[in-house]
Design a protein around this ligand. Structure first.
Ligand code: CP
Ligand code: NVA
Length: 308
């Protein structure tokens, strides 16, 4: 990421594949670097979150501390997200105090509007459409576990949601084969599929959106799942439990993947729904390695966007 203008990270597709590769390289270097460093000395980051978080909030806060800077958390009850004052005023005011903003929002257009009005970089810490920081940590984890990315086969089983969308775009950009399996009506939106197909054509990857979870998982190097009901969809939980009943990552499904396949989940997980306790606690699971990598991947993002 370069250029004089401030850069935001709202979608994984805001990055070129070279920039994405550069972030992975930097994340690996930062992971080895003793902390705290002075890379972001004197810099402040605001975390403005409309919905709950453990990993995103803590990893950004600790990342800023370890880079010599400072983070402050503001929940929805403080900032109001358009209820207490217009989003444009919130973005412009925050820009006078801090050097970057991480926003976790319900609607993707909220994070877009914040970015439009902020004069400092805005990072999407999860919206209803995307979770780019998660996808960065995910591909970093796959790279570390498998020693390469190109040509690997990633199977995503479950809802075509924010996590699936960003992961799909990251895989498409990096030459990783991506197969999603979701029930009819729960697949990634067509604009994500179209974008991913474009990116895949350039990288040599293949992206497919299937219905059958067995077809997606057969021969996979990575089996990934996420909750069936995302934050904000709680009223649909029962309907979703029924629709996704055949999409559980369990021992039987995992047996179709390569014997050395890794099991991934962005967390929080609902054991007994999208994944069994055996699968998430089993020897193939890398979910806490993945959670740790949020810290390293986000440090790379912060150093790239804020140290300018
Ligand atoms: N995976 C993830 O984003 O977790 P949190 O919701 O706890 O931040
Ligand atoms: N898809 C989930 C991810 C949580 C980190 C959600 O949006 O709730």
């Amino acid at each position: 990421m370069s250029g004089a203008k401030k850069r935001d990270l709202l979608s994984l597709a805001d990055l070129t594949s070279e920039e994405l590769q550069g972030l992975l390289d930097l994340a690996l270097a930062l992971k080895r670097e003793p902390a705290p460093s002075a890379r972001l000395r004197g810099k402040s980051l605001a975390l403005v979150f409309e919905k709950p978080s453990l990993r995103t909030r803590v990893s950004f806060d600790v990342a800023m501390y370890q880079l010599g800077g400072h983070a402050l958390y503001l929940g929805a009850e403080e900032v109001g997200f358009g209820k207490r004052e217009p989003l444009s005023d919130m973005a412009r005011t925050l820009s006078r105090y801090v050097d970057g903003i991480v926003a976790r929002t319900f609607a993707h257009k909220t994070v877009e509007e914040l970015a439009r009005h902020a004069t400092v970089p805005v990072i999407n810490g999860l919206s209803d459409q995307e979770h780019p920081c998660q996808a960065l940590a995910d591909v970093l984890t796959i790279l570390e576990c498998k020693g390469r990315l190109k040509g690997l086969q990633v199977a995503f089983v479950g809802d075509g949601n924010n996590v699936a969308n960003s992961l799909c775009l990251a895989c498409a950009m990096l030459g990783v084969q991506f197969r999603a399996a979701s029930p009819r009506g729960f697949q990634s939106p067509s604009q994500v599929a179209l974008r991913a197909n474009d990116l895949a054509r350039q990288s040599g990857a293949q992206v497919s959106f299937l219905i059958d979870p067995r077809a997606a998982v057969r021969g996979a190097d990575v089996v990934y799942t996420d909750v069936w009901t995302s934050m904000g969809q709680e009223a649909e939980a029962e309907r979703r439990r029924q629709a996704f009943a055949a999409y559980q990552v369990n021992e039987e499904l995992l047996a179709l993947a390569k014997p050395d396949a890794i099991v991934m989940h962005d967390l929080p997980a609902h054991r007994g729904e999208e994944i069994t306790g055996e699968a998430i606690e089993g020897p193939q699971s890398v979910v806490f390695h993945q959670a740790e990598n949020r810290l390293h991947a986000q440090k790379a993002v912060l150093v790239t966007l804020l140290a300018r």
